[in-house]
Design a protein around this ligand. Structure first.
Ligand SMILES: [Zn+2]
Ligand SMILES: [Zn+2]
Length: 126
C-alpha cells in the first residue's frame, strides 16, 4: 500500500549551480532565485532553445508587482518573469539600479529595447 507520496523535483540552476527541492504542488521555478537566470525552454515559434536567460532589467508593473526582464544568451529573445518572494533582493536591486536606456520602459516596446541593447547603445534621446 502506498500512501500519499509527494513527488519531489530538484531544481538546479545551470548558471550558478544553485539547487532546491520543489514539491510537485508548487509551481515550477521560472528562474533561479539566487542569480535570477532561467532556461529558455521555447521561443515564440515553439522551438526548443535551451539557452540561459540572463536578467537584464527590472520592470515595475505596479507597486507590488515587479518583473525581471530576461534576455536569452543564446537566441537573444527577451521575456519577463515575475519576481517571487524567494528571489535574491540584493541581486534584484543591483539589476534595477544598473543604468538602462529608458526606465521605466513599457513592455510593448520590448522589441525596441532589444534593438537598443543589441545596437549602438544610443539612449534614444535627440
Ligand atoms: Zn542561478
Ligand atoms: Zn533562447
Amino acid at each position: 500500500m502506498k500512501g500519499k507520496e509527494k513527488r519531489k523535483e530538484i531544481y538546479r540552476c545551470l548558471n550558478c549551480g544553485w539547487t532546491c527541492v520543489i514539491l510537485e504542488e508548487e509551481a515550477a521555478l521560472e528562474h533561479c532565485p539566487n542569480c535570477l537566470c532561467g532556461i529558455h525552454d521555447e521561443d515564440r515559434e515553439g522551438n526548443e532553445c535551451g539557452g540561459i536567460t540572463e536578467p537584464v532589467g527590472i520592470w515595475v508593473r505596479s507597486e507590488r508587482e515587479w518583473e525581471i526582464i530576461q534576455r536569452c544568451r543564446f537566441c537573444g529573445e527577451m521575456r519577463a518573469t515575475p519576481v517571487t518572494e524567494q528571489d535574491n533582493r540584493i541581486k534584484i536591486l543591483s539589476i534595477a539600479s544598473k543604468p538602462i536606456s529608458s526606465p521605466p520602459f513599457p513592455i510593448e516596446r520590448i522589441g525596441e529595447m532589444t534593438k537598443i541593447m543589441g545596437g549602438s547603445g544610443e539612449t534614444g534621446g535627440k
